[in-house]
Write a protein that binds this ligand. Structure first.
Ligand SMILES: Nc1ncnc2c1ncn2[C@@H]1O[C@H](COP(=O)(O)OP(=O)(O)OP(=O)(O)O)[C@@H](O)[C@H]1O
Ligand SMILES: [Mg+2]
Length: 239
């Protein structure tokens, strides 16, 4: 029998719900609308939201790959097979790109999903010394974003600013979250059709736009036991 995987994730709770005293989870579903870009100025909660998502992914029967450019927030994952930091992000990207090519050559409908999560993609690109190198990694990422859904490879990436220097465009990300006080450029890239609706927010609060749906205002919930959640993520990264 063909396996079907559940690729839904909760990105937060609805501000509209909270205003009406109800807790409404806000979900995205990569099977229909793939990939997620998370943009927020420093300290506005990108890594925190990513940790919340990693905890959910870790409980799924999927392959989780975490690429963490800074290497500060996830030190407990040091030594895990599927945890890459600093310049090793290049190795993670090469691995996912090769997997994409293999899956494209031998199409199957029930590939085990791969979730490729990258914290601080822009930091990684900036660390590369030549433009040629940057373009090569940007191109690989663009291919994964364009072709990934058909072979169950999904990307979640965070950046401080949405900028065409780092991503080829918003188009291949079906889902975009912006948190905190976003710059004009980030608003234009992520939420252009709704830009009048975007206001500066505090850390952990912001907006989700999913292709084909209206903009929603979201709050990233407080993680009750972060140490426990990180244990669950660690187990998945060791698999
Ligand atoms: N939704 C939230 N609820 C409670 N605390 C939060 C929330 N989001 C972020 N924080 C706290 O705010 C601080 C900054 O968050 P975080 O590290 O996720 O920001 P960031 O956007 O990744 O920053 P940087 O760009 O510097 O990496 C952390 O101490 C984190 O625990
Ligand atoms: Mg961070």
């Amino acid at each position: 029998m063909m396996k079907s995987y559940d690729n839904t994730l909760v990105v937060g709770v609805s501000q509209f719900g909270l205003d009406n005293n109800i807790i409404l989870p806000v979900k995205i579903d990569f099977s229909s609308v793939p990939h997620l870009i998370i943009v927020a100025p420093s300290g506005s909660g990108k890594t925190y939201l990513l940790t919340f998502l990693l905890g959910q992914i870790a409980k799924k029967p999927v392959k989780l790959i975490l690429a963490d450019f800074k290497g500060i927030d996830f030190t407990e994952f040091d030594g895990c097979k599927d945890y890459y930091k600093h310049s090793d992000i290049a190795k993670a990207l090469d691995y996912v790109f090769e997997e994409l090519q293999k899956r494209m050559e031998e199409p199957k409908k029930d590939n085990q999903p791969i979730y490729f999560c990258v914290d601080e993609w822009s930091g990684f690109l900036c660390s590369l010394t030549t433009k040629k190198e940057q373009d090569s990694f940007k191109q690989k990422m663009a291919s994964i974003l364009m072709l990934g859904r058909g072979v169950n490879i999904f990307v979640i990436m965070s950046l401080q600013r949405a900028d065409s220097a780092y991503i080829t465009g918003r188009d291949n990300f079906g889902n975009a979250v912006g948190l905190g006080a976003l710059s004009k450029e980030s608003i234009a890239m992520l939420f252009n059709d709704d830009k009048e609706l975007i206001h500066p927010k505090i850390r952990g609060k912001g907006y989700l736009k999913t292709d084909g749906k209206s903009l929603s205002e979201i709050v990233v919930p407080k993680i009750r036991d972060i140490a426990k959640l990180k244990e669950i993520i660690k187990t998945a990264l060791l698999k």
